[in-house]
Design a protein around this ligand. Structure first.
Ligand code: NAD
Ligand code: TYD
Length: 342
């Protein structure tokens, strides 16, 4: 029986990963370590808490003593680190927690792995570590050996963590893997990110704030496909390797926002162009050929299906109650981030 310690399992992607494991690897024990920051709504993990194969610790990954205790108690043989400060705009206004959680937190977890011994440490990373690609070069993609060249404090903290993970492989022989994924969308994403925020606003006939011209491109991947990719890396990936995960699903922000408005039968006059993000990355585009060839991984949810499923969930009784709670939790941030953009 595997015991897998998942950090950040009350967040958007970490929770989806725990759900996937409980369903598809029912013989595994899943231990979720999450400090429940503003980005975690406790209702996200309500169902999992009833599962006998699931255990939850409300713990900060920077708390070395507490993390070591959990390792002593649970003896995980696999660790997957999702826990992070994850929002670029917040990192621009207040970088410090990004550096401590995303870098020091990673160090603490890997030190625990060295001390207690594990079979695999997996770092969940992002395509943002590669910086951005120009809009007029659609022929260019991020490959695993594309140089790290970051723009925001968020992406810099993630790239720093990636380098630290590779250093622990080379220096201490820690059995690590890294996956770098493009933008995710799906249920339970905190409404500070583009898609859930725009669904909420469109549904409430509020203005939809598009940064700059809205021509920046992201490569969108349905969250479950990302989680299947991570599982494939754990089971088939080679130690010491990086795997890019993405679905060749490039769309610009205006396309996404217009698509949400049209699905909700709302007018495009709700779109409001606001001041751009500082250092705004232009285009992200992943080449997932290595994951495809070595792991047999391919996304299975098309954008057409995924966006409909996502909107349906946020409009459902369960999804809209969850979204309302998060929006209440997020008011202070919305004022802080958007007040000077008009
Ligand atoms: P999220 O913000 O929704 O969730 C992060 C979770 O980590 C939250 O539950 C939070 O409580 C927890 N957390 C934060 N600081 C912590 C700490 N110090 N100790 C313990 N728990 C802590 O983020 P997400 O979108 O689910 O992203 C998960 C991971 O995937 C991150 O590492 C992120 O960099 C990476 N990633 C995200 C995307 C995306 O599109 N969202 C794309 C690629 C990679
Ligand atoms: P976001 O969801 O924050 O993800 P990331 O910055 O990690 O890619 O943003 C996605 C894109 O949407 C990005 O180009 C910024 C843009 N955006 C807006 O135009 N308006 C908004 O209110 C938000 C949150 C994002």
């Amino acid at each position: 029986m595997e015991t897998i310690l998942v950090t950040g399992g009350a967040g958007f992607i970490g929770n989806c990963f725990c759900k996937l494991l409980l369903k598809e690897r029912p013989e595994w024990k899943v231990v979720n370590v999450d400090s429940l920051t503003y980005a975690a709504n406790p209702n996200t993990i309500k169902e999992e808490l009833n599962n006998p194969n699931y255990k939850f610790y409300k713990t900060d990954i920077r708390d070395r003593e507490a993390i070591y205790k959990i390792f002593e108690e649970e003896k995980p043989n696999i660790v997957v680190n999702f826990a992070a400060e994850s929002h670029v705009d917040r990192s621009i206004l207040d970088p410090e927690s990004f550096l401590t959680t995303n870098i020091i937190g990673t160090e603490v977890l890997m030190d625990a792995c060295r001390k207690y011994g594990i079979e695999r440490y997996h770092q969940v990373s992002t395509d943002e570590v590669y910086g951005d690609l120009p809009l007029d070069r659609p022929d260019l993609f991020f490959h695993e050996d594309t140089p790290l060249h970051t723009s925001s404090p968020y992406s810099t903290s993630k790239a720093s963590a990636d380098l630290l993970v590779l250093a622990y492989f080379r220096t201490y022989g820690l059995p690590v893997t890294i996956s770098r994924c493009s933008n995710n969308y799906g249920p339970y994403q905190f409404p500070e990110k583009l898609i859930p925020l725009m669904i909420y606003k469109a549904n409430h006939d509020q203005k939809l704030p598009v940064y700059g011209e809205g021509i920046n491109i992201r490569d969108w991947l349905y969250v479950e496909d990302h989680c299947r990719g991570i599982l494939a890396v754990l089971e088939k990936g080679r130690v010491g390797e990086v795997y890019n995960l993405g679905g060749h699903n490039e769309r610009n922000n205006l396309y996404i926002v217009k698509r949400i408005l049209s699905e909700l039968n709302k007018p495009e006059s709700l779109i409001e162009h606001v001041a751009d993000r500082h250092g705004h990355d232009q285009r992200y585009a992943i080449d997932p050929a290595k994951a495809n060839k070595e792991l047999g991984w391919d996304p299975i949810t098309t954008f057409e299906v995924g966006i409909k499923k996502t909107i349906e969930w946020y409009l459902s009784d369960k999804g809209s109650a969850w979204l309302d709670e998060c929006m209440k939790q997020n008011q202070e941030w919305l004022v802080k981030n958007y007040k000077n953009r008009k």
